[in-house]
Ligand binder design. Structure first.
Ligand code: NAD
Ligand code: UDX
Length: 480
């Protein structure tokens, strides 16, 4: 029986390994992590992450050929193939701080593999890493090898949260990069055989190591760039009376462009896009490619602009101040169908409104009060470095409350901001919400999910990203 071990039981390691176990009953899969609470959760009925369809997959395999454990050394030493799926956050200190990937977790995993291995291993980079990381990992492993042979493969993950199981069942492609040597090619074949249990051969792309590593950063940069492009257009739409939904529909009908990923929003979030583009920018700078670095930096600048533009719109519409006013925040996760809040635009929007002394009442169907408080007290880039977490300041504690549902959040509020596109926000009784709010009642839709015409008929003053402006908003000055 082939044995697989995955180091890192997070958003990628957990679902990816659960699907491998489901699709390959002849393979034993152990997912290991240094976090005891995470592993305990994977072994319980309350999985540590919310992902549609994940529960069923885990229930079918757990205890049969899928195991979650904190006994990292044992499972690593027994495995034939080791996936490394640890976090690779942005560095917060030292050389490259604010841009470069922090490979501390990766390096410690590699050193541990070298320490405990007693047989030859295939080590697979599942985490997103800077191009050429495999070379560094090879050095760590070969300098500590005790005669053991290691083959390093790059097999980046393309799943998106909220659709992880669907993406893993039917991936657009699986990418495997390896050395162009007999040993490297043998390792590529061994990993290809794992995926071939359910992925059609023509969807498995094999490349050299550096192409695989760079393709992951490139794919995320291209995707984020599409969102910044449509978000840049949304600002122009508001200024001209065009409607961004109509523009992106018309643009996306060009088969060379395609319709997906053209939804204007309050900004992209998530643990990957910003981190990976910053990483790309840093690599370009290190290679002396300043113009290329500046090109990609702009994708992040437009994203930051979109978030602050939204905050400015809220404040300027409400007579240029939200001080002491209750603002309902609907949605805190970075997208629907996940409880993940890493780099969610809601953090920047909430911090912007808190900076103007608003009182926030926040509701999200999947995010806990504890998580919201942590997020609002964190400094930029600290989200993936648990060690830097700070308690929320006493003033912020007073300004933030968490509601059990959207109606409670909106009661007596002056304004309501929709920051995540949860389906339940489309189906709310907006008349009931209007009746319970202060007047004039404002809705700021950061995800373009409400029926603007209907809400205006109810009596709301409505702002929806990139849509023709309410006459009220047109008359308000001081827009950034
Ligand atoms: P995560 O933070 O959810 O999980 C990482 C896990 O690794 C944590 O549970 C941590 O405790 C564990 N860990 C860290 N060092 C360890 C060590 N030395 N030994 C054992 N366990 C260790 O991160 P994630 O979202 O799963 O992302 C993992 C990687 O995959 C990152 O590089 C990310 O960029 C990439 N990625 C993420 C996504 C996504 O949607 N989240 C998608 C594609 C790629
Ligand atoms: C992304 C990539 O899609 C995935 O391939 C990679 O493996 C990890 O990073 P993820 O961040 O989980 O996945 O979700 P994604 O669906 O890409 O959304 C990212 C952000 O962009 C979210 O905040 C989402 O709301 C936003 N978005 C997405 C838009 O604002 N408009 C869109 O049209 C699409």
């Amino acid at each position: 029986m082939v044995k697989i071990c995955c180091i890192g039981a997070g958003y990628v390691g957990g679902p990816t390994m659960a699907v491998i176990a489901l699709k390959c009953p002849s393979i034993e899969v152990a997912v290991v992590d240094i976090s005891v609470s995470r592993i305990n959760a994977w072994n319980s009925d309350e999985l540590p992450i919310y992902e549609p369809g994940l529960d069923e997959v885990v229930k079918q395999c757990r205890g049969k050929n899928l195991f979650f454990s904190t006994n990292v050394e044992k499972h690593v030493s027994e495995a034939d193939i080791i996936f490394v799926s640890v976090n690779t956050p942005t560095k917060t200190r030292g050389l490259g701080a604010g841009k470069a990937a922090d490979l501390t977790y990766w390096e410690s995993a590699a050193r541990m593999i070298a320490d405990v291995s007693k047989s030859d291993k295939i080590v697979v980079e599942k985490s997103t890493v800077p191009v050429k990381t495999a070379e560094a990992i090879e050095k760590i492993l070969s300098h500590n090898s005790k005669g053991i042979k290691y083959q390093i493969l790059s097999n980046p993950e393309f799943l998106a949260e909220g659709t992880a199981i669907e993406d893993l069942f039917k991936p657009d492609r699986v990418l495997i990069g390896g050395r162009d040597t007999p040993g490297g090619q043998k390792a590529i074949h061994a990993l290809r055989d794992v995926y071939a249990h359910w992925v059609p051969q023509d969807r498995i792309i094999c490349t050299n190591l550096w192409s695989a590593e760079l393709s992951k950063l490139a794919a995320n940069a291209f995707l984020a760039q599409r969102i910044s492009s449509v978000n840049a257009m949304s600002a122009l739409c508001e200024a001209t009376g065009a409607n961004v939904t109509q523009v992106s529909h018309a643009v996306g009908r060009d088969t060379r462009i395609g319709p997906k990923f053209l939804n204007a929003s309050v900004g992209f979030g998530g643990s990957c896009f910003q981190k990976d583009i910053l990483n790309l920018v840093y690599i370009c700078e290190c290679n002396g490619l300043t113009e290329v670095a500046n090109y990609w930096k702009q994708v992040i600048k437009v994203n930051d602009y979109q978030k602050s533009r939204f905050v400015n719109r809220v404040v300027s519409s409400m007579f240029n101040t939200v001080s002491g006013k209750k603002i309902a925040i609907l949605g805190f996760a970075f997208k629907k169908d996940t409880g993940d809040t890493r780099e969610t635009p809601a953090i920047d929007v909430c911090k912007g409104l808190l900076g103007d002394k608003a009182n926030l009442s926040i509701y999200d169907p999947q995010v806990t009060m504890d998580q919201i408080q942590k997020d609002l007290s964190m400094n930029k880039f600290d989200w993936d470095h648990p060690i830097h977490l700070q308690p929320m300041s006493p003033t912020t504690v007073k300004q933030v409350s968490v509601a059990w549902d959207a109606y409670e959040a909106a009661k007596d509020a002056h304004g309501l901001c929709i920051l995540t596109e949860w389906d339940e926000f489309r189906a709310l009784d907006y008349q009931k919400i209007f009746n319970s709010m202060q007047k004039p009642a404002f809705v700021f839709d950061g995800r373009n999910i409400v029926d603007v015409k209907k809400l205006r008929e109810i009596g709301f003053i409505v702002y929806s990203i990139g849509k023709p402006l309410d006459s009220w908003l047109k008359d308000m000055p001081a827009m950034a």
